[in-house]
Ligand binder design. Structure first.
Ligand code: ARG
Length: 592
């Protein structure tokens, strides 16, 4: 059959191209396909075509031939098999190959993408990831660090869900051990009614208890007594402890809901969940000869560093690391995780390095007949104030997450109300409540996008003015781009979703090619656990769309076929924008 008549239905044109070139390199140069690297990338400017393949230079060296000759031979071998995809392949400079795709191939691929999956490939539940996120401590207010642990974790979870992974969100609450016993003991000592406490009360009790513990030996003895009762399952003590958890978690879940994060009771796997497993965990390390005694405590030593990992204190109690060791075993061996991702503050880098190394040593990441499970810490940086120091209130307190979200919501609302005051605005006829809801969505998007669009590991300055702006690389800008597109579609009325697509202008081509990159971009973002890569894709989509819309009349055009084709492009752009923002847990209102 004529290859030009068998158009590809795959949306991932870069991969199809790459595979075609790989085979061509193998046959033209007589090397193994697995070793052939076509080095395909998107062209930086349209004058070099849609893609560039830079294989010739390296290959020429290995073969001892001029690069242009190598390029020519590969093009000759690729021309027939890639005839339906490529319009031309030209050699430029020392041996670059510039590739221009057929408009029909782009249109076909877009057509294939225009379905509910939006061309995103799926692993259909064959892979499992456990995402350690949020990690709040009972009886303590959430602060900005928890914002990051929560939304980065949620986005990483959503990216994997979208790609068809089985996802377990694991909220590793700090809900066990001496600090909580201290707080509980102090509350009881001061006769505070646990039926009526708020999280603020618990938070001050927590701090008070820490102070008392340092100065007052009876308070400390009292705390130890409470801890013993808790560990022994003494019913009234356990009931009180559960009350502290309930008060804390009510606020955590309310905050998660405001943030648009999927987090609820069923994701709670706090330290206490592992309490029965701590003994066996320590015993396993002792039995395997990996843990050794050190002044009464149990430690794991590593060959490449001084710092050991403490897994049991000299008084026989377990600690934070013991829980994490038990948690890895649970996640890999019981939940079947192929990958465990820890969205935790960068300051815990050493802790996770030690825990991971210890776990690998004892073999808990090993699964017979399958590749070892991977454990990855995604260390995030700090949120800074304008003074470039960790964000604090004027009086030097940690900024609570609640107050931050309230401020952002107020700012978002102010912005949205101001815009609605313009009689021409799409929102001019909205009610106060409707505008408030949009304003809240804007404020939350502002904070989330600013956080997720940067390199996770870097510190960033919390600058609400910049975050809430409708211009630049911000959440509100992207929401607004989406609402504008929704407005165009609403104005157009009914859209023929089966109208033939034609890719004629360079702006249509640029938009189409960027839309087709959605699946690969999402896969790359998930594989590198980097929400900012998804953010960069979305921002570029909005910009590419704007360039298209400026150059290509959609509603005003008088050719019905062109209008119908362009409306499909507009509609697909809206779907991808809304889908991608959804993966970042950002809502995309239809009007703003
Ligand atoms: N509760 C801990 C903290 O506030 C964070 C928990 C992180 N997760 C973990 N598996 N250790 O520092």
């Amino acid at each position: 059959m004529d290859p030009a008549s068998t158009p590809t239905r795959s949306c991932d044109l870069a991969s199809v191209l790459e595979q075609g070139l790989r085979s061509a390199i193998a046959s033209a140069c007589g090397i193994d396909e697995a070793r052939a690297d076509p080095q395909v990338k998107s062209s930086a400017t349209p004058k070099f075509g849609d893609f560039q393949a830079n294989f010739a230079m390296a290959l020429a060296k290995a073969l001892g031939k001029p690069p242009r000759d190598v390029a020519q031979a590969v093009i000759a071998a690729a021309t027939a098999p890639l005839a339906s995809l490529c319009e031309k392949m030209e050699i430029a400079g020392p041996g670059f190959v510039n590739i221009t795709l057929r408009a029909s191939a782009i249109a076909n691929a877009l057509d294939a993408m225009d379905c509910p999956t939006l061309g995103v490939p799926t692993v259909a539940g064959t892979k499992t990831v456990a995402v350690d996120l949020c990690g709040v401590n009972v009886a303590k207010q959430m602060h900005v660090g928890h914002l990051r642990a929560t939304i980065i974790g949620d986005t990483i979870a959503r990216m994997h869900e979208r790609l068809g992974w089985r996802v377990y969100r694991q909220n590793h609450l700090g809900d066990w051990g001496l600090p909580i016993a201290m707080t509980l003991a102090s509350l009881k000592r001061h006769g505070i009614d646990l039926g009526k406490v708020t999280l603020d009360d618990l938070n001050s009790a927590y701090r008070g208890a820490q102070a008392e513990g340092e100065t007052d030996p009876t308070a400390l003895a009292d705390a130890h007594d409470t801890l013993r009762k808790l560990q022994a399952g003494d019913e009234p003590t356990v009931a009180d402890w559960q009350r502290l958890i309930a008060v804390t978690m009510a606020e955590v879940f309310a905050t998660a809901a405001i943030l648009g994060v999927d987090l609820s009771e069923r994701h709670s796997r706090g330290e206490s969940f592992f309490r029965e497993r701590l003994g066996p965990t320590v015993a396993a390390f002792v039995d395997a000869g990996i843990a050794e005694r050190d002044a009464g405590a149990l430690i794991v030593r590593f060959p490449d560093r001084e710092r050991p990992l403490l897994i049991q204190k000299s008084d026989g109690t377990s600690l934070y690391s013991t829980t994490d060791l038990a948690a890895v075993r649970y996640r890999v061996q019981e939940l079947g995780a192929d990958l465990v991702v820890y969205c935790v503050d960068a300051r815990q880098r050493d802790h996770f390095k030690d825990v991971f190394d210890a776990v690998v040593r004892i073999g808990w990441t090993h699964r017979p007949g399958r590749p070892d499970a991977r454990l990855v810490h995604v260390p995030f940086g700090a949120v800074l104030g304008e003074d470039k120091k960790p964000l604090k209130t004027r009086s030097g307190e940690n900024v609570t997450l609640v107050s931050l979200l309230e401020e952002a919501t107020a700012r978002g609302r102010r912005e949205v109300h101001a815009r609605a005051a313009d009689p021409e605005a799409h929102t001019a006829t909205h009610t106060r409540e409707e505008l408030d809801a949009i304003g809240q969505a804007v404020g939350i998007a502002a904070i989330k996008y600013a956080d997720l669009s940067g390199d996770v590991g870097r510190d960033y300055v919390f600058d609400l003015d910049r975050m809430v702006s409708f211009e630049g690389d911000t959440g509100p800008y992207l929401q607004y781009a989406h609402a504008r597109i929704a407005g165009i579609l609403a104005k157009a009325g009914t859209i023929d979703l089966h109208a033939p697509l034609t890719i004629a202008t360079s702006e249509e081509r640029a938009l189409a090619l960027h839309l087709l990159r959605y699946g690969p971009a999402l896969e790359a973002a998930a594989a590198s656990l980097a929400p900012n890569r998804l953010a960069a894709y979305i921002y570029e989509l909005a910009n590419t769309f704007n360039a298209f819309y400026q150059a290509c009349p959609v509603l005003k055009g008088d050719d019905a076929a062109v209008r119908a084709s362009r409306l499909r492009l507009v509609s697909l752009t809206r779907c991808v924008l809304s889908d991608a923002l959804g993966i970042m847990g950002i809502t995309a209102p239809m009007r703003m």
